[in-house]
Design a binder for this molecule. Sequence first.
Ligand SMILES: [Zn+2]
Length: 241
Amino acid sequence: MEQVKVLLDLQEIMTRRCAIEEEKRKVPLDVADLKGLFEEREAAFLAAGQEFESLRQQRRDREREIEEERDLVEKAKAKLMGIKTNKEYYAMLKEIEQTKKVNTEREEVLLALMARFEEAEKRLADLKAEFEEVEGRYRTQMVDIDARMATFDKEIAAVDAERRRIGASLEAGLLRRFEQIFDRREGLAIASAHNCSCSGCHMNLSPQLYNMLQRGDKLYSCPNCNRLLYFSEEADGAEAG
Ligand SMILES: [Zn+2]
């Protein structure tokens, strides 16, 4: 029966499509570990960058404060020259000393901050290098993966064209039914019948149905799994013999 041959060809091409899709699905898995590492390194690098920026800002603020206080001291010193009374003079001198003392404390804070800043700068450089190394490998692999995916897409497009060509010779209702069974029955929509049973689900077929299948003038479905059936003399003979 010509129809059976067409359906078997269609099943073969649809099975090939599934296999290609399966291979395509596996492709991104190859890069999954590297992607995880890339994201980890990227997050560490970005966090270090934020810490570095925050310390740089704090350092600028402290430096500006110290600079402003130094200006105040200089201005106070200049004023000192114009002061007439001893009392005022010593009061001003005391103020200057106080400001200097506060500034000394600020400078100590700044020194500690600069030490942290330098550490952060070094850490940032290290993390940047680590990140860039992984990034380079990741990008290369992604290019490779894109190329492999594109190859699979091309194969799928070719298979689809072939599938359409084969399907075009079938009646639309039968094609739709065939595709539904293919999806629901693990990619086996048409199964051979031999030794009086369905090779799809291995259930026994009634002798009446088996006789009709042997006649081969019409398509029948398995009453159990709903797959389309065809009589296979080869399989029948092989197993019987
Ligand atoms: Zn069956």
